[in-house]
Ligand binder design. Structure first.
Ligand code: ZN
Length: 150
């Protein structure tokens, strides 16, 4: 089990060091922001939805290692998925971080199983997911990103 724990920690460290799909997505037609004031985490998620499918996804934000690594990993898991599949993956991830039990099929999401021993950090781990699901529920107006130009 120790090796497994090390492996999981390495997944989180790797996503921290080299965040995937980070930065604004110019072609996004969905965007949502997540805010976790208890820890000071911020996360924006940009999605280009093509019909029912997530054709492209990115995140941008700042905060603790858990929140940023989780958002990075999330983008790699959701790309190419449908909104319904995204919801299923979130349900799986939420189960992992609240119970510490890995999914039947071991995947990188299990890297966050240790979060369940730190209940305050669950919000950090799920922040990006909440933003993504909100974005998927939002309007399909292509101009959405226009209101978030810096
Ligand atoms: Zn945090």
């Amino acid at each position: 089990m120790h090796d497994l724990t090390d492996l999981y920690q390495s997944v989180i460290l790797d996503h921290n060091r080299r965040p995937r799909n980070r930065g604004k997505l110019p072609t996004a037609n969905r965007v949502a922001h997540g805010d976790n004031p208890t820890c000071g985490d911020q996360c924006s998620v940009f999605i280009r939805l093509d019909g029912e499918r997530i054709a492209d996804i990115s995140f941008d934000g700042a905060g603790c290692a858990i929140s940023q690594a989780s958002a990075s990993l999330m983008t790699t898991q959701l790309k190419g998925k449908t909104a319904a599949e995204a919801q299923q993956l979130y349900d799986q991830f939420h189960h992992i971080v609240t119970t510490g039990q890995p999914p039947e099929e071991i995947n990188d999401l299990a890297a966050f199983a240790g979060v369940h021993t730190f209940p305050a950090r669950i919000k950090c781990a799920t922040l990006g997911w909440h933003a993504a699901l909100n974005a998927l529920k939002g309007d399909e107006a292509p101009a959405t990103t226009e209101t978030h130009k810096d």
